[in-house]
Design a protein. Structure first.
Length: 626
């Protein structure tokens, strides 16, 4: 049994070593891009890329594991031929992927995904028409050479005839087979990426604000496989009308600044003193994203009493938007809506496509251009649904997540309880002091009010409501402690949920009540308390905040300044294969899978439906173009 176990382990780590060596080779090929990178950064690329290498090595070792099990029963020449055939196939596959990845990176600026395969299958003539035959021939020769090197390496290390002939059938075949089966089954651990909430994804290797370093850490085999399993032909989805009609309807739904930019006019920021919320020009901005909260938890918005008592109290001294909605039903979609002003999608989450999100503008990026310094706090796994790659691409220089807390504080399924995350950010703010030279942008994402609702708090009998009450108590404690810091007078704190979560429990997914959430601003930098009733949604936060700061926002095509009377005021949400559009004059909810309107109200419901269809069509046009 020993020789088989050694062979199995050797197979796995041989794959890992090959992938490990490919990273410095990739950087060497593109040495001009990495000439200013220190040797420690080269090491970090290799180190942070290991998780994806472990995963791909796990996938590729499954078949050899099964062959080792078969070898406990026969060592016939047929089995060895199968073994050789497998490694010949793997050598060719790894070579094609590696060479294609290196060649295309220069043109595309992101690691290999299914795009070239899609192009080749749909129009091979056009693919070859865009490159010279010399380049094609050179690429093919390089693929053959690299495949030959890999196969010779596999042959020398794993497939030598002498080693094969020395392999004997074990006396206890069932026992040996059982052990090898268990060992092969353990490959599930690196394939999945461990035992955390998040499964393995490309974003796990992102570690730097330098996108080139993140790209170098990616395993191209994993990147391709991930893309193949997720690939959508976005440009062919949601084709409700002719392109010119969609363009015309879409233009009527844009912020004036966006319309001006599309018309080729300069990006001007129009300030309306009557609607200026802040009393200072460059306040610190703290954005708190509340897991699963809704308007139904606040009495100030007509919700149940005695749950969000602190948010209710703060809403009486701050600026409360009373007609505000979430764009979707999941955190990954909500984060992109909040932080990039980008609507959620009904069939996918754009956060899962790092090469698309890296081209999107972001609130953090816009603020950093204006001199802000951005930092993100989250008590959970920052690799969940590619969140780390999205945040890094968005401009957050530092991400504090579960691994930055002591193990003893990671007590919940989702990581660190909310009160500890709030206190960590407060401690950092206190240590920084009030004069850092740069205004600050801080984002804190809570997680404790998520299932299974296990929190260190027991005020309410209902476990769901108690979890929300716990996070609300953390909000109250946070604000009370923050008031004592000198920064408070120069700070705006924005509270908004990522989506409506677990309360109300029986709410209809295709109803606008399912998406009604609070948007609340507090802080010493506010002029006065206000209630604002204009219709808006998460995607409008970016344009509204930037406009209040006197900063341009026209690059955010889908975001609107809610305080600009000339902006169209509406809320848009998506659910799997469904969407809704709401204005002051009515609303409509459409189930695309069923091909019918689920809910409508107002005389203009038919017009709203066409507007919503045009909006969704243009959204998928935008995704396809990224």
């Amino acid at each position: 049994m020993k020789d088989r176990l050694v062979g199995f382990i050797l197979t796995y780590f041989l794959f890992v070593c090959i992938f490990l060596l490919q990273k410095p080779l990739f950087m060497a090929v593109y040495h001009a891009l990495y000439s200013d990178v220190s040797w420690t950064e080269w090491f970090k690329v290799v180190w942070h890329g290991l998780p994806l290498d472990f995963t791909v090595a796990g996938y590729l070792t499954v078949v050899p594991g099964l062959l080792y099990i078969v070898s406990a029963w026969t060592v016939s020449p047929v089995l060895r031929k199968a073994w050789c055939g497998y490694f010949m196939f793997v050598s060719a596959l790894m070579s094609v992927i590696a060479v294609t990845d290196v060649v295309l990176y220069e043109y595309w600026g992101f690691r290999l995904d299914s795009t070239p395969l899609f192009y080749f299958l749909t129009s091979p003539k056009d693919v070859f028409a865009s490159v010279s035959w010399l380049l094609v021939a050179g690429g093919v020769l390089l693929m053959v050479a690299y495949a030959a090197v890999l196969y010779l390496l596999f042959t020398y290390v794993l497939l030598r005839k002498a080693a094969w002939r020395s392999m004997r059938l074990p006396l206890r075949r069932i026992a040996v087979s059982a052990v090898l089966l268990v060992v092969t089954g353990l490959l599930f651990i690196p394939i999945r990426g461990g035992f955390t909430v998040s499964t393995m994804n490309t974003g796990k290797v992102y570690f730097s604000s330098n996108q080139r370093l993140n790209h170098a850490a990616i395993n191209p085999v994993f990147s391709l496989l991930e893309s193949l399993f997720k690939q959508k032909d976005f440009a062919s989805q949601y084709r409700f009308m002719q392109a010119d009609e969609a363009d015309r309807r879409f233009r009527s739904m844009l912020d004036p600044a966006v319309s001006a930019r599309m018309a080729g006019m300069p990006d001007k920021v129009s300030a309306n003193p009557a609607d200026t919320l802040f009393r200072v020009s460059r306040p610190d901005v703290v954005l708190v994203i509340l897991e699963g909260f809704s308007s139904h938890l606040m009495t100030e918005l007509g919700g149940v009493p005695d749950v969000a008592v602190n948010l209710d109290s703060l809403s009486r001294e701050g600026v409360l938007f009373t007609n505000f909605y979430a764009n979707s039903f999941r955190t990954d979609r909500g984060l992109v809506s909040i932080l990039s002003g980008y609507p959620a999608q009904p069939t996918t989450s754009i956060m899962k496509y790092p090469h698309k999100t890296q081209s999107m503008p972001s609130l953090a990026g816009a603020l950093c251009k204006a001199g802000y310094e951005a930092k993100y706090y989250y008590g959970g796994d920052a690799d969940f649904t590619n969140m780390r790659s999205y945040l890094m691409s968005s401009g957050f220089g530092t991400i504090v997540s579960d691994t930055d807390f002591p193990v003893a504080q990671r007590l919940s399924k989702w990581g660190v309880h909310d009160h500890l995350v709030f206190r960590r950010m407060l401690a950092d703010l206190q240590a920084e002091g009030s004069s850092t030279g740069k205004p600050r942008f801080r984002v804190l994402q809570t997680s404790s009010s998520h299932e299974p609702f296990e929190v260190p708090y027991s005020r309410l009998a209902n476990s769901r409501l108690n979890a929300f009450a716990y996070t609300d108590s953390c909000v109250g404690d946070f604000v009370n402690r923050y008031r004592k810091l000198p920064q408070w007078d120069n700070t705006v704190v924005v509270f908004v949920p990522d989506h409506l979560g677990a309360y109300p429990e029986d709410i209809d997914n295709l109803s606008f009540e399912r998406y009604k959430i609070p948007l609340l601003m507090v802080g010493g930098a506010l002029k006065r308390p206000r209630r604002i009733g204009v219709v808006g949604s998460q995607q409008d936060i970016v344009a509204t905040v930037l406009a209040q700061l006197g900063l341009p926002h026209s690059e955010f095509t889908f975001s609107k300044d809610m305080l600009n009377p000339a902006s169209p005021h509406f809320a848009f949400f998506t659910f799997p294969d469904a969407f809704g559009l709401l204005t002051d004059g009515g609303h409509v909810v459409y189930d695309n899978q069923a091909g019918r309107t689920v809910e409508s109200e107002g005389k203009s419901a038919r017009t709203l439906l066409r507007q919503g269809e045009a909006y969704l069509q243009k959204l998928y046009d935008d995704i396809a173009a990224r």
